[in-house]
Ligand binder design. Sequence first.
Ligand code: PLP
Length: 452
Amino acid sequence: APANSPSDTDITDWDRDHNLHPWATTDSWRTDDYMRINTAKGIYVWDSTGKKFIDGPGGMWCVQIGYGRQDMADAIAKQVMEMPYASPWSSTSEPAAILARKIAEMTPGDLDTVFFTTGGSTAVDTALRTVQFYNNRLGRPEKKLIMAREKGYHGSTYLASSVTGKERFNTKYDNASDLVRFLPDVNPYGRPEGTTLDQWCDQKVADMEALIEREGADNIGAFIAEPILCSGGVIVPPPGYHKRTLDLCRKHDILYISDEVVTGFGRLGHWFASEEVFDIVPDMITCAKGLTSGYLPLGACIMSNALMKRMEDPTGEEVFYNGYTYTGHPVSCAAALKNIEIMEDEDILGHVQRVTPHFQDRLKAIGEKFDIVGDVRGMGLLGCIECRPDLPQDTFDAHLKFGAKLDMACEEMGLMLRPFGNMAVFSPPLIISKEEIDDMFDIMEAGLEKLS
Ligand code: PLP
């Protein structure tokens, strides 16, 4: 049995021997390499040796209000003591009802119905199952294909991973490939030389038109898209793309699911990006992560009134067989309510809008200054640095590409990044100050100097 006070070595051994991490590479799933975060405050984390880092990835794109908030701890503790769990099937709880109404107020258009889930993957899974329920309910069971995109990431349940375009060839997992059709990469970087952004947008819309033509609109149930493809490398589609693809979906009675798991809750300076940034009102929005600032797990699939109305069955015989033991978990909902209250009281959205130009200017400067950098891109407090594709990217070590090399160089100087192949991405806590943004980019520049 575990000793009362495990030593540092015990923790390392037990983690290596018994704790399987997500996305472990199969040759290293018995590794000691995981950094152990022991404490965290504001935008900073400290590892088990006491070394301090700026948390560049913001946990995993989720720590909006920063770490170590006493008011979050108090709100969570209060709910635990009052009522930690309520069966969502036979009862409800105050936090779930209040939060559902609050989210309905924040979302665009008539997206007024909130289905709580355990995280982003289950929010996406719920949205995709709803597409099936909806079309079966309307007596058109063939209208089920989902259009998704290369480099999109939507999660790790069977359906959410099936619509994930990222790395789908590099896995031994099966997926529901008969249900999904992928649209080609929308990344403006790497578009054929001489192609303007407008022409690129035309091409991407044409890709969707061609897919609809090929498969037949009667066979296509929905399109799922992140407003910005985040895990795929912070890919911002060309201007006009969102609106035009939504119009195309509307024309063919295809549902539009906007996956705002990363872009929701302030990342771009708005509660949601769909309408306020990209001028679209989708049929469903999925969210998670920033909803609780990562303090507790929670996600949501938000549905439009029009969709709800069309799924209604006057006989009451149909049951919406989708749900989790932890749907609307009172403690997670209480954490989300406090997180949103803090964001409102401290004007976090205004803060993001105020510091974004500086953040994006510093990012742009990196693109101009370093020859090894092929592209920099971002929006709000999201950023990505991509290595020039013509450089040898794995000279350091067979497994370490540019992203990992840059992350290692930066970690030495106290900044964590999220490496992904020949890219490094970052999405710091939204409370980051202008000075801290400078600290972050100063380290990145020093790291790039080392690699240059
Ligand atoms: N959707 C998007 C856009 C995401 O980025 C993620 C996670 O990174 C997910 C869904 C899955 O969320 P979760 O990991 O909470 O299940």
